[in-house]
Design a protein around this ligand. Structure first.
Ligand code: KIV
Ligand code: NA
Length: 276
């Protein structure tokens, strides 16, 4: 059965942890969906793991729509969330609603996610009023890398923690249906999760969140440009891929591949006739 915003709310109430992974293409989305992952996030992290940029800043609405379409086609049961990329919602409330609408209407997302606290609450309210569920994102917000000065833990000191808490409450009040907490101390994230009525989904925020999210290339050890502490590697898929590519190349060169079982045959007589 298709997961909805109601499923997420119910999971928080029942203490049933929400599972989310990033997805950017049909094949991977389908595997995750079949594995029973609750939510697929088409993250703007695709700029880094799929497109090779060194941050998420260059990602466009067209990039997001392209990948969200593919993921939506592969998600039979999973709830599909798409990120609003940098500069798709910051300039005005009107642009935010229009771009959120494109991710739902053109690409097939069920919800959108955007980064920030009080400064984006007008956007969250307006998108919500347009009947599009919004997920917030606080703590380490990668679209703000240039003001944060790097990718590091957030909300450790008193003033930063007060701001994060106020932002979380504001985002909930503005109508967000869930909140991603990225790189926040575990005890703090657990406490925020107990205060909020909406589910929190943590990444580098400990087990006290109502759900967890990871970038799939990180958890499969496919991506080595960054290697944050919070990533657990569930498979050496990167190595498996590289070894498979090497073996393929070697077998082609050695004439081992393709073998008898991989070829199509034709009537010998037809060929002999041609050769005359
Ligand atoms: O873009 C992304 O992958 C994300 C998750 C890390 C939460 O925003
Ligand atoms: Na993101």
């Amino acid at each position: 059965m298709k997961n909805t915003v109601l499923t997420l709310q119910q999971q928080k109430r029942n203490g049933d942890k929400i599972t989310m992974l990033t997805a950017y293409d049909y094949t991977t989305a389908k595997l995750m969906d079949k594995a029973g992952i609750n939510c697929l996030l088409v993250g703007d992290s695709l700029g880094m793991v799929m497109l090779g940029y060194d941050s998420t800043l260059p990602v466009t609405m067209e990039d997001m729509i392209h990948h969200t379409k593919a993921v939506a086609r592969g998600a039979e049961n999973a709830f599909v969330v798409a990120d609003l990329p940098f500069m798709a919602y910051q300039v005005s409330v009107e642009e935010a609603v229009r771009n959120a609408g494109r991710l739902v209407k053109e690409a097939g997302a069920q919800a959108v996610k955007l980064e920030g606290g009080k400064e984006v609450c007008a956007q969250i309210e307006a998108i919500n009023q347009a009947s599009i569920p919004v997920i917030g994102h606080l703590g380490l917000t990668p679209q703000s890398v240039n003001v944060l000065g790097g990718y590091k833990v957030q909300g450790r000191e008193h003033d930063a923690a007060v701001k994060l808490l106020e932002d979380a409450l504001a985002v909930e009040k503005a109508g967000a249906v869930a909140l991603v907490l990225e790189c926040v101390p575990a005890t703090f994230a657990e406490w925020i999760s107990s205060i909020l009525t909406i589910p929190t989904i943590g990444i580098g925020a400990g087990a006290g969140c109502d759900g967890q999210v990871l970038v799939y290339q990180d958890m499969l050890a496919m991506f080595s440009d960054l290697s944050p502490k919070f990533v657990k590697k569930y498979g050496a898929v990167g190595n498996l891929m590289k070894e498979s590519f090497e073996r393929y190349a070697q077998e082609v060169k050695d004439g081992i591949f393709p073998g008898e079982e991989h070829i199509y045959n034709m009537d010998e007589e037809v060929l002999n006739e041609l050769k005359k």
